[in-house]
Design a protein around this ligand. Sequence first.
Ligand SMILES: CCCCCCCC/C=C\CCCC(=O)SCCNC(=O)CCNC(=O)[C@H](O)C(C)(C)COP(=O)(O)OP(=O)(O)OC[C@H]1O[C@@H](n2cnc3c(N)ncnc32)[C@H](O)[C@@H]1OP(=O)(O)O
Ligand code: FAD
Length: 673
Amino acid sequence: MSKNLSIVNKDLKEERDKINFNVEEFTNWFYGGAEKVKEKKYIENYFLSDKDLNLELDTSYLSYKDKYEEAVRRSIVVYKKLYKLHNEMGGTHEDFVKIMENLRFTMGAINPEGNPFVLHFSMFALTIMNMTNDEQKAEWLPRIFNCNILGTYAQTELGHGTYIQRLETTATYDPKTKEFTLNSPTLTSYKWWPGNLGHTVDHAIVMAQLYSQGKCHGIQPFIVQLRDSETHKPLPGIDIGDIGNKVGFQTVNNGFLGFKNVKVPYKNMLMKNSKLLEDGTFIKPKNAKLNYGTMVIIRVHMIIDAACRIAKATTIALRYSLVRRQSPINPNEIEPKIIEHITQQNKIFPGIAKAVVFKCMADYLTKLHLSITQEGNTGNLARMPELHALSCCLKAVCTNEDAKTVEVCRLSCGGHGFLRSAGLDDVYRNSTAAQTYEGENTVMLLQAARFLIKSFNEARNGGSLTEGVKYLFDFIGRNGKREIFDNSINGILRAIQAAAAGRTYIAWKHIEDDKRHNSIEVATNLAGVHLTKAAELHGYVCLLQVGIEEIEKIIRNVSPALGLVFKNILELFAVDLILNKIGDVIQHVDISNEDIEKLEKQMETLFKFFRTSAIGVVDGFDFSDPIIDSTLGSYDGNVYENLINAARKSPLNQEDVNRTFHLYIKPFMKSNL
Ligand SMILES: CCCCCCCC/C=C\CCCC(=O)SCCNC(=O)CCNC(=O)[C@H](O)C(C)(C)COP(=O)(O)OP(=O)(O)OC[C@H]1O[C@@H](n2cnc3c(N)ncnc32)[C@H](O)[C@@H]1OP(=O)(O)O
Ligand SMILES: Cc1cc2nc3c(=O)[nH]c(=O)nc-3n(C[C@H](O)[C@H](O)[C@H](O)COP(=O)(O)OP(=O)(O)OC[C@H]3O[C@@H](n4cnc5c(N)ncnc54)[C@H](O)[C@@H]3O)c2cc1C
């Protein structure tokens, strides 16, 4: 499945012949074991081999409406098969999760511009699983699982996406009728953005301000039916539609939604956290932010998505760079593979290292999320703020890096990278969307910075700190002296920690100084740029720290040859990071010009070593050709054949002369102006 049967380009074959580690062993690590790789391949093939999907059709040439309709058609083919496969596998919840996890990659190949049902299977289902009481679970989960109802997560409004406390949709409870009345009192209160909302789903989790007994009790989730289950017509009082063309996500069917006196039964307010008694008495949750739980889960999941987008983009860029020849380095020699230009290595190799380190972070964060959620289920919510801060911080840092890296990969493919058939545009669109959805990245960094400043105050007052921010103690302990740089992995980590702690101190001091003339809120706003820089540096500290810990474990468990590749990858990540953050490092670390030159030299040595492993690593990401979907990144490396074949499929090339010649061009040319 992963390799096509055509003859592999000789330049690429020559590279693969030199790989000095076991690529399969790397793949097994990336997917969590040989069994998981087998499962992934089976599931991928199970779906992608279905002729009914008609994957030959290049949907990028279709109109907006046709794209959506084809995406719905394909999705239904997939979901029917999903349920068939699920039954064949035994029908357990674990089987379902297994298929869904693998389907995430496969769905991208089937609907490259987005899945019109993605919110049903992610945020809608997750919210019902995590924010309902037992009765509500029993009522809704079977219907969701069987797709008898389809839903989305409707939180953002025209006027507010970030500051959700000020959402304007209202849900007013009447104890006499035991109903809520939903209203959109203003234009800005219209829901705007929810995926799949426009014309696909018939239900939504709606976040609305709860009014009861004459008081507002803040935003609460309600499950609301939007469309008739037979006709799919909007129900009375529901104004609903698609928000129109976007930068990407064209087939996700993001929608708008307004309410006019829409009645919702009492039992439809999700009651695991906040509770409303039938008489209208409101009972506060243990922590008001528990209703933000679905956002936290998705932010955690977004780290692995970022890793995979980078893995895909670097696979395309590297394979292309190993077959593309241009510009002799020595004037009299043959043109080299473009990867021989060291600037090309500088564009692609650090990206490959990021994919690996982000994958380590995704695994770490998933485990942390599970353990903190389990604590939460026993009533212990103490670590919720730590998880919130970490997931916000890494969501922002990883998706920012993701978008940047994917764009560099596109640039590294020169002109051909600009073709849709190169496959980098959809990856980029998804990366840049991820910078905004699930919390805009600056806002996410500012949330993380709140935690950093609190921790800094705690450290100054001799309090206790969570593991991930203990480096703030080192900074305070140095009492204004700079960290002395030493050129080892741990030395680089300490330097980035010193930079993060130093920037946190600058932000803290800024706030303290401004507090003399301003409120704490105004002072915090004025320190915003420092705060976001501190949070960003903290994100890199976490990535490097977890990267070091995880890769040390990996090295102990893999063959020595693969261990060397991991060591090389970790060093690449670390040296690239410190060189990119050198301005911040210089401010807080005793690092000399010679040290910096040594790091630059070290980067060149690391590139030299990685030059032979790189193709093995990207092959090890194991994206099959239908998933990579790129003329430049296919396994066989036959890029020029792929490019001309793709061009021939352009709708304009289906006839020799386009009608515009006779309609407009010829009359214009003959007109003598
Ligand atoms: C499973 C498979 C994955 C599939 C992926 C599917 C992809 C589908 C594609 C797209 C889907 C996109 C969906 C969306 O975009 S949904 C909408 C998302 N919206 C947002 O993310 C909104 C962002 N805004 C917020 O999250 C919040 O407004 C806020 C920025 C966090 C601020 O909240 P609030 O105003 O209430 O808070 P305050 O500023 O007053 O206080 C901050 C304190 O609250 C603490 N806090 C906040 N959140 C949490 C939390 N979740 N847990 C614990 N604590 C929290 C925070 O720490 C502050 O504490 P402090 O002590 O400092 O006061
Ligand atoms: C592709 C896509 C899919 C989406 N899907 C969904 C969905 O399914 N369901 C849903 O409910 N929503 C969805 N959204 C909405 C999304 O979650 C919000 O757009 C996002 O949270 C950002 O909020 P905003 O649009 O209000 O941005 P704004 O907050 O208006 O951001 C504009 C600018 O203001 C700045 N800013 C705002 N507040 C602050 C602050 N406190 N401090 C400093 N700067 C600030 C931001 O940094 C940014 O530069 C989706 C959005 C996109 C793009």
